[in-house]
Design a protein around this ligand. Structure first.
Ligand code: UDH
Ligand code: MN
Length: 347
């Protein structure tokens, strides 16, 4: 009788070890391989299904144990030695492959969270993008270490406008929001230009009680605010705050004004913006020429004036786009989209 029990216990142990090794080796390997080839949404979905199937089929108990463990983690504290941050800007970062290797523990898509604690906010960083490869490499190279030092639970969404039509930064931001919420229970959204990098680790990439302007002290403006209501470059909204303003307007094609219009929405929704203290908010704006396809928008002023009238019919609620591909890189998720053409003016 004892012999039978002993062998049963041994059998149980072997099974548990087997399941663990499947979970940690087999699945990791599976994701690793997928990283090498960029893949389409279709195969991404297939992979997700496959992985979910394996998880539920083989390691239900192990998974439950694992989840119980993460729930018990204490909330994260900020390290107390945060300070000035030295930004590295090289002409080329070798495709950030070294960094990707260093962060091989990242979940695919540039998702990362602290190992030893639970972060209070889940942050999606949305970057509007087209043909700025070098700036993106600089951003990733500097921002992953920065965000990790701030103990952030975050994912990076690079939303790329497909084709040569006029650039629509605001619409790409809305799309980033919509795509990010499909993936994870994000509570905070930071909308950032690809060419702005904070110079101090105390500049918290977090959401706040009010929508937050985070690019108010840029080196290119001698660290001064050009005008009081500036709300461009980098802004942070909680999910509730962003829904309250119905996101950005979708109607700004070309450079300028969409950020001022967002400011008007915030005010019209009864909120105020806030900014962190100047001494910790310095940021670098990488200098560049104006992009082709992003010429100054001559129609922005009347749109800004009617922001409060349009706010509830132009934004997240009226957003139309076609996803061309979603690619999970190690350091970011790239969402390539067709944003369509300028809509007929509502007013
Ligand atoms: N962006 C792209 N590709 C484009 C256009 C814009 O990725 O073709 C994104 C990118 O994230 C960029 C953001 O949109 O950081 C804002 O666009 P911008 O950087 O062109 O805006 P900024 O206000 O530039 O920095 C103003 C024009 C530069 C004039 C230079 C004269 N000295
Ligand atoms: Mn710029």
């Amino acid at each position: 009788m004892m012999g039978y029990r002993k062998s049963f216990v041994i059998f149980l142990c072997v099974t548990v070890i087997f399941i663990f090794s499947l979970k940690f080796f087999f699945l990791d390997k599976y994701f690793e391989d997928m990283d090498i080839k960029a893949y389409s949404i279709h195969s991404a979905n297939q992979m997700k299904k496959g992985a979910q199937y394996l998880f539920s089929k083989l390691s239900n108990d192990v998974n439950n144990m694992y989840m119980y463990e993460t729930q018990k983690l204490p909330y994260c504290d900020l390290p107390n030695d945060l300070g000035p941050y030295s930004i590295k800007i090289h002409d080329s970062f070798d495709n950030t492959s070294a960094l990707a290797f260093q962060y091989a523990n990242f979940a695919l898509g540039g998702h990362n969270k602290p190992d030893n604690c639970t972060a209070l906010q889940k942050i999606a960083i949305v970057i509007p993008f087209r043909n700025r490869e070098q700036h993106l490499q600089i951003w990733l190279y500097n921002m992953h270490p920065f965000l990790q030092r701030q103990q952030a639970d975050y994912g990076i969404y690079v939303v790329e406008q497909y084709g040569n039509s006029k650039f629509n930064r605001a619409k790409l931001m809305n799309i980033g929001y919509k795509e990010a919420v499909k993936e994870y229970n994000y509570s905070c959204f930071i909308f950032s230009d690809v060419d702005i990098i904070p110079m101090d680790q105390r500049n918290l990439y977090r959401c706040s009680k009010n929508p937050k302007h985070m690019a108010h002290s840029l080196d290119k403006f001698q660290f001064r605010l050009p005008y009081k209501t500036l709300f461009g470059g980098v802004v942070a909204f909680t999910k509730e705050q962003f829904l309250k303003v119905n996101g950005f307007s979708n109607m700004f094609w070309g450079w300028g004004g969409e950020d001022d219009e967002l400011y008007e929405r915030v005010v019209a929704a009864g909120m105020q913006i806030e900014r962190a203290a100047n001494n910790i908010s310095k940021a670098k704006a990488v200098l560049h020429h104006r992009d082709i396809g992003n010429e100054r928008n001559p129609k922005s002023v009347p749109l800004i004036k009617k922001a409060s009238e349009r706010m509830h019919i132009d934004g997240l609620s009226s957003l139309n786009y076609t996803v061309i591909s979603i690619t999970k890189h190690r350091l970011y998720t790239k969402v390539t989209v067709d944003v369509g053409l300028p809509e007929k003016d509502i007013y």
